[in-house]
Design a protein around this ligand. Sequence first.
Ligand code: MN3
Length: 244
Amino acid sequence: MNKINRRKFIANTAKTGIALSAASVVPASIFAGSNHQAGLLFTSFDQSPLAYAYNALEPVIDAMTMEIHYSKHAAAYAKNAKEAALAEHVDTSKPIENVLASVSKYSTKMRNNAGGHYNHELFWKTFTPNGAGKPSGKLAAAIDKDFGSFEAFKTKFSDAAKTRFGSGWAWLMVDGDKKLLTASTPNQDNPLMDIAETKGTPLLGLDVWEHAYYLHYQNRRPEYIENWWKVVNWDFVQQRFDAL
Ligand code: MN3
């Protein structure tokens, strides 16, 4: 299924009320091929290397937080997701998105760790030391259309991140009609999961677990959120949007 047909299929599927994520309709051969968009839309069970140094995002995110977050927390999600996959007969050569789309059929260990692994793999890619501060092009136009303005979107997203009680994530996502939405999910859940209240494909996620900010910001989650905008890799977010 090519990109256009896939988009139509997803849109039609959404209209008929059948819940299917983009990933679940994509054959594994696309993921495994050489000319694919694995880094954009599909996620391996393996942890990818970081594209920048642990200290590259300072002062917004300090080096020690990055190191512990990537090499301990996120590494553990990846390891445990693989363990769960082995125990639950999941083919780890296929994108993890397939598991997320039917996560209700799997164990709590799978939900927490496959979710955690996916969320962090996306998270690392949405950072850059040289953030443009805001999107441009088609994504900027879509944000204006669906939220009114970039500032209105920022407020809505930041509110979702600030008001998530306990641990979780805030999301910018698209639904089957490519409409942009914000949402927040508890723990390591995400909008690809069949159990999610608001379903869609995440473009950008913000980790608001204390392990993501406590060393530097302590209890000041709003300050972490406000500073985080400075290191968002809008080029990457736009590429994801364009690839859907
Ligand atoms: Mn985290």
